[in-house]
Design a protein around this ligand. Structure first.
Ligand code: DP6
Length: 332
């Protein structure tokens, strides 16, 4: 029996990934930029065991259901790379709401990629790990790294240039990211399905793809300059553009609830009052707000008072995916 445990964190996209150029290899139609979130964690243990008759997947202490099939398909990739035949037992836990726009598939597949490859006896480079994690879920390619991260669209058909890399380490820019949780319900249409529907039916799709390189270049520059106002403005723009594409699909996808919209307005109200705070929303109802550490208290208070906001989680730039022993020792 060979076991390994890995920890990974979700990430929030500042320039959104929405749409694929290849569904099998999970190649994105556009590049994206994110920040890995500290504090929120997925912990995954993988154990290959020759006595198992099939893969066993336990998520939050319960059999994995649909997630189980996705994990088993991912383990097939790892078995193929490592020349291992054995089935595996996978146990995974999150300390944040699953499936509600907190990018749980990102931390899930980043942790799984690291734990499964180590348990299978492989030691991949970060780039190889990012390429592998991408096969499980696109955004997982980014959670392999800490801090500010860019995932390249790539041009190749085999996906070897569609990996993520770090733009800025997590300790290079002390920013806060507050997550206003407005619902713990799983979203009705998952990202995979939502982005495919957008690609096939939204009249705004070509404009979304064409505008991506300029958005990425501007965000790269703004992050390098640690310019919160610029990063924030671009992040809001990318978020609203992505949702405009999703909303203009057929049927239109509305990931927001009333509290999502109220929180977005509250953030803009804060700005009018002189507080530098900026929102972004992924394919779910939670609102993530970027702010300077000195403004965190004020932003938290305002978000917490928005009707329908259930709680506000404090986060900021966090570390890369790592083996549990390393995490326990504080290594990143
Ligand atoms: C809105 O990575 O969950 O959060 O590759 O199909 O698993 P799959 O999709 P996923 O999509 C994330 C979409 C997003 C934007 C982003 O994270 O960039």
């Amino acid at each position: 029996m060979h076991a390994a445990i890995a920890v990974a964190h979700p990430n929030v996209a500042l320039v959104k990934y929405w749409g694929k150029r290849d569904r099998v290899l999970n190649l994105p139609a556009v590049g994206s930029i994110s920040v890995t979130l500290a504090g929120l964690s997925t912990v995954t243990r993988v154990c290959f065991d020759g006595t198992l008759e099939r893969d066993e997947v336990i998520v939050e202490g319960l059999p994995g259901g649909e997630a189980g099939a996705r994990v088993a398909a991912f383990l097939d990739l790892v078995r193929g790379m490592a020349g291992v035949d054995a089935h595996a037992r996978v146990e995974s836990r999150n300390d944040f709401p699953t499936g509600a726009g907190l990018a749980s598939s990102a931390s899930a597949f980043a942790a799984l990629a690291l734990a499964a490859t180590r348990a299978a006896g492989l030691k991949l480079s970060r780039r190889e790990l990012s390429i592998l994690a991408r096969r499980g879920s696109g955004s997982a390619a980014r959670s392999v790294f800490g801090g500010f991260v860019e995932w390249h669209r790539g041009e190749r058909g085999d996906g070897l240039d569609a990996f993520a890399e770090q733009l800025l380490p997590e300790d290079a820019w002390p920013l806060v990211v507050l997550v206003a949780v407005t619902s713990q319900m799983p979203k009705p249409v998952g990202s995979t399905e939502g982005m495919e529907l957008s690609r096939l039916t939204s009249p705004f799709w070509p404009a979304w793809v064409e505008s991506a390189p300029a958005m990425l270049a501007a965000m790269r520059e703004a992050i390098a300059a640690r310019d919160l106002a610029r990063v924030g403005e671009l992040a809001e723009h990318s978020c609203l553009a992505m949702h405009a594409v999703a909303m203009s699909a057929r049927p239109g996808l509305v990931y927001w609830n009333a509290a999502t919209v109220a929180a977005m307005h509250a953030v803009r109200e804060l700005r009018r009052a002189g507080v530098e705070a900026y929102f972004t929303v992924d394919a779910g109802p939670q609102v993530k707000v970027l702010a300077a550490p000195g403004d965190a208290g004020r932003v938290r208070e305002v978000l917490g008072a928005v009707p329908g906001v259930e709680r506000v989680i404090d986060s900021g730039p966090g570390p890369e995916a790592r083996l549990y022993d390393e995490a326990r020792l504080g290594r990143t």
